[in-house]
Design a protein around this ligand. Structure first.
Ligand SMILES: C[S@@+](CC[C@H](N)C(=O)[O-])C[C@H]1O[C@@H](n2cnc3c(N)ncnc32)[C@H](O)[C@@H]1O
Ligand code: SF4
Ligand code: SF4
Length: 382
């Protein structure tokens, strides 16, 4: 889940230090490029009215002070457009721990309903725990988000991208799409991403890249690799591969542990710190040499780096059922939720006792038990 922070940092840069950790890409996140950041700056500087400007100021204070009660309305939101998926990836709970839950697509009606609750939003991410391209209304949702001039993007496994969808995505000027690719070996890719087909994915990516270039559009086309014991040594080669394909950026994120099944997760966690350091150095050298943009998500922190989570101050994660949760790492509403947007007004949820109490626990020296697996805090892996 791309942490909201890095993207938010973009806004920060532009709009007089508004530190909106929008893109610490946990799942979403993806990190924004200079181009995207510039777009936000321009919007902030030239397109905001007085109420928006005032909300930006309040959002700046929110990020700076992290109060329990928030006066600003979120500038960011992540909406789970579906919780269905056609893959069974090794590290993902969607079709494993959560395979028996009620699976559904978000309707356009509910999407519009959600958006109305966020009049000052500037950034939206359109995936949650599922494959967004399964939802036949995704393109319509992109259209609606872009009409509102939101910076819009999503992650995808890329398997369902056909020519029509590719054309719509590019013509609607989607700001970014990130393909999840954990290996460039067909065998390993299909081992990690059960039910996936490496050749189809690469063909789909090439089609989208060519179309984007042909139409001279600006959609950023990125790759995200989840670093596991299976694939860690591949990273430098993967960089070369996607540099040759001319993707805009390769981001790397570590495994989030989910649920209690640590035994299952322990198979693919990378615990050898020396190996991680070596691969990271080697990959950074390679990226410099071939001039590829490589991003280690912000939670590749060293032990002495300060750990801080901004999500519950920046914006909500909203599940397909309408539940409001703290972030995309905690996308399972049964673990934690602050209320349901389809039953209560968001303004009431945003500052209710549960949300405030969660913020309080996050600020305290002892992290909330729900966050045990979060890369921002967990010291178990790196
Ligand atoms: C949950 S998926 C949803 C979007 C889409 N189905 C996909 O695979 O890109 C979002 C991202 O989370 C990553 N992911 C899944 N399980 C993870 C885990 N346990 N730790 C870290 N990232 C994970 C996926 O690889 C993907 O890049
Ligand atoms: S494709 Fe995405 S949502 Fe589906 S199982 Fe894989 S990581 Fe999870
Ligand atoms: S620390 Fe908790 S709230 Fe923050 S991103 Fe991690 S799991 Fe989510």
């Amino acid at each position: 889940m791309l942490s909201v922070k890095e993207e938010t940092q973009n806004i920060k840069t532009r709009s007089s230090n508004i530190r909106l950790s929008l893109n610490r890409d946990k799942y979403s996140n993806l990190t924004m490029s200079f181009k995207s950041k510039s777009k936000i700056i321009i919007k902030l500087l030239f397109k905001v009215n007085f109420r928006e400007l005032y909300n930006l100021f309040l959002a700046y204070l929110t990020m700076k002070r992290q109060p329990l009660k928030i006066k600003s309305s979120p500038l960011f939101l992540q909406v789970e457009t579906t919780n269905k998926c056609n893959f069974v990836c090794k590290m993902c709970y969607v079709n494993r721990e959560r395979k028996n839950e009620n699976k559904k697509n978000l309707s356009v009606k509910n999407f519009k309903y959600i958006l109305k609750r966020f009049p000052f939003a500037k950034v939206i991410i359109l995936h949650g725990a599922g494959e967004p391209l399964i939802n036949p209304s995704l393109i319509e949702m992109i259209r609606i988000a872009k009409k509102r001039e939101l910076i819009t993007g999503f992650f995808s496994n890329g398997s369902l991208l056909n020519k029509k969808i590719a054309n719509d995505i590019i013509c609607l000027n989607l700001d970014w799409i990130t393909f999840s690719v954990d290996s460039i070996s067909k065998e390993m890719y299909e081992f990690i991403r059960e039910k996936g087909n490496f050749d189809i994915l690469i063909d789909n990516m090439k089609y989208l890249l060519n179309l984007r270039n042909k139409l001279r559009k600006k959609t950023e086309i990125n790759v995200l690799m989840v670093l596991m014991s299976y694939n860690i040594k591949e990273l430098p080669k993967l960089l070369q591969f996607f540099n040759d394909l001319r993707v805009d950026k390769v981001a790397v994120q570590r495994v989030h542990l989910t649920g209690d099944d640590l035994k299952r997760f322990s198979k693919f966690l990378v615990t050898d710190k020396d190996l991680i350091k070596k691969i990271r150095l080697e990959s950074e050298r390679k990226a410099n040499q071939i001039r590829t943009k490589l991003v280690f998500q912000s939670y590749f922190l060293e032990r002495n780096q300060k750990r801080r989570c901004d999500w519950p101050w920046v914006g909500p994660f909203i599940t397909v059922e309408g539940f409001v949760t703290p972030c995309c790492v905690l996308s399972d509403y049964r673990i934690i939720n602050f209320g349901n947007l389809f039953e209560e007004e968001f303004s009431e949820i945003w500052n209710n006792k549960k949300y405030q109490n969660f913020r309080k626990r996050l600020k305290s020296s002892k992290r909330p038990k729900e966050c045990f697996s979060c890369p921002y805090y967990s010291k178990t892996v790196f």
